[in-house]
Design a protein around this ligand. Structure first.
Ligand code: SF4
Length: 232
């Protein structure tokens, strides 16, 4: 057995507190399994999100022992080394209840970077982009972002500037701006990306890249956007 310490919060009912639960520790148990165990055996009021259990949907992002993780992909044994596992909601987003955060501010900023390829007028046919195309490789794995919000939660600049667009949002902006199909004035249309709360707010602390559960590199995408802004 190990102890799961869960940060609890229910607006209008009680303030923030920590609850401890004893959970079984088996070789293949994940943090998400442990949360379900708590739900079934200890406290049916515990709130958390999950969907696919395969690191694809991005809905079980939370902070485990102080670091952003996907609960479905975090083995309990790996984080239970001291006999206690602390679980908290993602940071930099309002808490709805317990481990559930309001993800709307994250997606509002995602929408603000216009996260789609802007085609030149009159182009309707699908583009063919060979897998070995150099620009396709530049975008590369950035397309695998599952919008879990881990990078947004870990980013110290989001914490100090709530208007900062955020790492996942700028990674997405990089992906579409590097797309060869984009129309020429797309850079101007996405002026917000290069504004006061865009790439220049990033101080290259790179927590986003450290915590990304898909091993993506938003920090590098932001560096490339800055270089492109300077060199044109
Ligand atoms: Fe999650 Fe990584 Fe996408 Fe950020 S860049 S939202 S950490 S998958």
């Amino acid at each position: 057995m190990t102890t799961l310490r869960v940060r609890r919060f229910e607006p209008g009912v009680h303030g923030q507190r920590w609850d401890s639960f004893e959970v079984p520790l088996a070789e293949r148990t994940t943090v998400l399994d442990a949360l379900f165990y708590v739900l079934r055996r200890h406290d049916r009021s515990l709130a958390f999100r999950c969907a696919c259990r395969a690191a694809m949907c991005g809905s079980c992002g939370m902070v485990v022992n102080g670091s952003e993780r996907l609960a479905c992909r975090t083995p309990l044994a790996e984080v239970a080394v001291s006999g206690v596992v602390r679980v908290e909601p993602l940071r930099n987003l309002p808490v709805v209840k317990d481990l559930v955060v309001d993800i709307d501010p994250f997606f509002d900023k995602y929408a603000a970077v216009e996260p789609f390829v802007m085609l030149p007028p009159g182009i309707h046919a699908p583009a063919e982009i060979p897998a070995d195309d150099p620009t396709r490789q530049q975008i590369g794995e950035g397309l695998d972002c599952i919008t879990c919000g881990a990078c947004y939660s870990a980013c110290p600049m989001v914490a100090v500037d709530p208007d900062y667009l955020g790492p996942a949002q700028l990674l997405r902006a990089f992906n579409v701006l590097e797309d060869v199909r984009e129309r020429e004035d797309a850079w101007q249309v996405r002026a917000e990306v290069f504004g006061r709360h865009g790439v220049w707010r990033c101080h290259a602390i790179s927590e986003c890249t450290r915590v990304c559960p898909k091993d993506l590199d938003p920090a590098q995408a932001i560096r490339r956007l800055k270089r492109r802004a300077l060199t044109g």
